[in-house]
Design a protein around this ligand. Structure first.
Ligand SMILES: [Zn+2]
Ligand SMILES: [Zn+2]
Length: 352
């Protein structure tokens, strides 16, 4: 079968690889739809970041070339020895978090902070840009009947939004600013609204992404090229500032805006991958006692919560999908997104 594999910066290829069979504890999946993620684009344009190039990853025993694709849905077609909690024929979404299960973070319930953390679809061991894939059974989450393959492929990025909101501590009645209306910014908007936030402001220069944010329920969408976002957020919150701001853009000035827009003792959550450092004036923390934190991936419980939010139907998640392409078109698709996303938000690849 063919699989989209990463060889190095600017070099992804459609290679012929052996069709995988499940080992003990693994599940084999016929892939239905796989999202091209910002992480894939960062690896292509600025990587390798998380991809093991020379040494094998400790959890997968593999290094580049590795198969990409970590946001996907599909159907279980075989299970390995010892797998009893998921049956052949079930439709599933796959969590990307690979963990050791025994280090302090794992035993504390934070496998996304595992000391030997890996990501399926980046760290070796297979990926979703292929007709078939095998994954550890613990990464597989059953989808409800009637949920489309497209929405199933959005569970993984939605879980990232759920985790970011959990890290911020906002809940019913809360206020938020989300910088960036790409897929992770948009799933953070959805997760904040699902958590009961009353006001979710988005700052996004692209008209297509701004419209997507409004369609998903953002209460105000600002164009940072035309509007002083910090001043506008102060106006919208009676001078107080938002409870939490989320940097899902990693663009020039976004981190300062995030910090300037939070209320006293508010929380700034970095949920973006940065390709370069950004300046920080620590005095901004002195006068607000704001908290800066990060949000990486999700816990298993948050992945389950993402399935619930998607099933609920309140949010038209499929509206994030702007294009669906074939595996044959994936090399060009990734390269063109890395050059410029244009009006695209989430592009899905259908391997079959
Ligand atoms: Zn991703
Ligand atoms: Zn661990």
């Amino acid at each position: 079968m063919r699989a989209l594999q990463y060889h190095g910066r600017g070099d992804v290829r459609l290679n012929d690889v052996a069709e995988p069979e499940p080992r003990a504890g693994e599940v084999k999946i016929a892939v239905a739809a796989t999202g091209i993620c910002g992480s894939d684009i960062h690896e292509f344009r600025g990587g390798p970041i998380a991809i093991p190039m020379d040494a094998d990853h400790p959890l997968t025993g593999e290094h580049a070339p590795v198969t990409l694709g970590h946001e996907y849905s599909g159907t279980v077609v075989a299970v390995g020895e010892g797998v009893t909690d998921i049956a052949v024929g079930r439709r599933v979404a796959v969590s990307a978090v690979l963990r050791c299960g025994v280090c302090p973070s794992c035993t504390d319930g934070n496998p996304q902070l595992c000391s030997t953390l890996g990501f399926h679809g980046l760290s070796g061991g297979g990926g979703g840009f292929a007709l078939f894939d095998t994954v550890p059974a613990y990464t597989v989450f059953e989808l409800p009947d009637g949920m489309s393959d497209e929405v199933g492929a959005l569970i993984e990025p939605l879980a990232t939004g759920v985790h970011a909101v959990a890290r911020s501590g906002i809940g019913p009645g809360g206020t938020a600013l989300v910088l960036g209306g790409g897929p992770i910014g948009l799933t953070t908007v959805v997760a904040a609204l699902a958590a009961g936030a009353e006001q979710v402001v988005v700052s996004e220069p692209s008209a297509a992404r701004a419209a997507a944010a409004a369609a998903l329920g953002a209460t105000t969408v600002l164009d940072p090229r035309e509007t002083d976002v910090v001043a506008a957020v102060r106006d919208l919150t009676g001078g107080r500032g938002v409870d939490a701001s989320f940097d899902a853009a990693a663009a020039t000035g976004t981190f300062d805006t995030a910090l300037g827009a939070v209320r006293a003792r508010g929380t700034v959550v970095n949920v973006a991958v940065w390709e370069a450092p950004t300046p920080l004036q620590p005095n901004a923390l002195l006068f607000t006692e704001a908290v800066i934190t990060g949000a990486l991936a999700y816990t298993p419980a948050e992945f389950t919560r993402a399935v619930e939010i998607a099933r609920d139907g309140r949010f038209d998640l499929a509206s994030m999908v702007t294009r669906t392409i074939a595996l044959d078109e994936a090399v060009d698709g990734l390269a063109s997104l890395a050059a410029s996303p244009g009006d695209d938000i989430k592009v899905l690849v259908r391997p079959s």
